[in-house]
Design a protein around this ligand. Structure first.
Ligand SMILES: [Ca+2]
Ligand SMILES: [Ca+2]
Length: 192
């Protein structure tokens, strides 16, 4: 096999893996579902659902969806994600099911003031987020006393980096979620 042919073959394989299955219509951002808020934690306690559809609202199966944190210097991503998901130091990826859906439960921490955090499907940009909520506010891959101090400040200031359920308020819901994360310490299974 010649070097040039080998290079072309590898590029084609990489493109096929990155893209959705060959369809007449690719992902249509206006027809897809993504949330405008995102919460991550070292122990993967929070969901981020995505539904990928084409312009005719048909769900797209087996489409590669990527959440990209490469513009977030404070974000840390575990190498160990949920089964079926892959990750790098600044991204997590998963593939859609027959209903076009993939539900991320990202093992990550740290904040990302201003973003951008991008969500793409088959290379098509579905959403750009400008902030990230997490109980691991200092981005050290665990949730402890330092984070709790920051959380209390966020509660006083109503900073949405501690608004874990995206309702625009930091209140007893977040306090209960924070306590749950600390009590069960699930992150210890996924980080050194
Ligand atoms: Ca922390
Ligand atoms: Ca809230």
């Amino acid at each position: 096999m010649s070097r040039s042919f080998e290079t072309l073959l590898l590029a084609a394989l990489a493109t096929a893996w990155l893209a959705c299955p060959a369809l007449a219509l690719g992902p249509d951002p206006a027809s897809c579902y993504t949330r405008d808020w995102m919460t991550v934690s070292p122990g993967a306690e929070f969901d981020y659902p995505v539904i990928v559809r084409d312009a005719d609202m048909n769900p797209i199966n087996d489409c590669n969806v990527v959440v990209d944190f490469s513009a977030c210097p404070f974000v840390v991503v575990s190498t160990m994600q949920e089964p079926g998901f892959t990750s790098g130091s600044k991204w997590v990826a998963g593939r859609t099911d027959a209903g076009g859906q993939v539900v991320f439960q990202m093992r990550a921490g740290g904040v990302c003031p201003g973003g951008p955090i991008t969500v793409t499907a088959g290379g098509v940009l579905l959403r750009t987020l400008t902030m990230l909520a997490t109980p691991d506010l200092n981005g050290d891959a665990m949730v402890g006393l330092v984070d709790f101090g920051m959380f209390v400040t966020d509660e006083l200031n109503q900073s949405l980096e501690s608004d874990f359920n995206g309702d625009g308020a930091v209140d007893v819901v977040e306090l209960a979620a924070f306590a749950d994360v600390v009590y069960f310490q699930r992150w210890r299974g996924y980080w050194p």
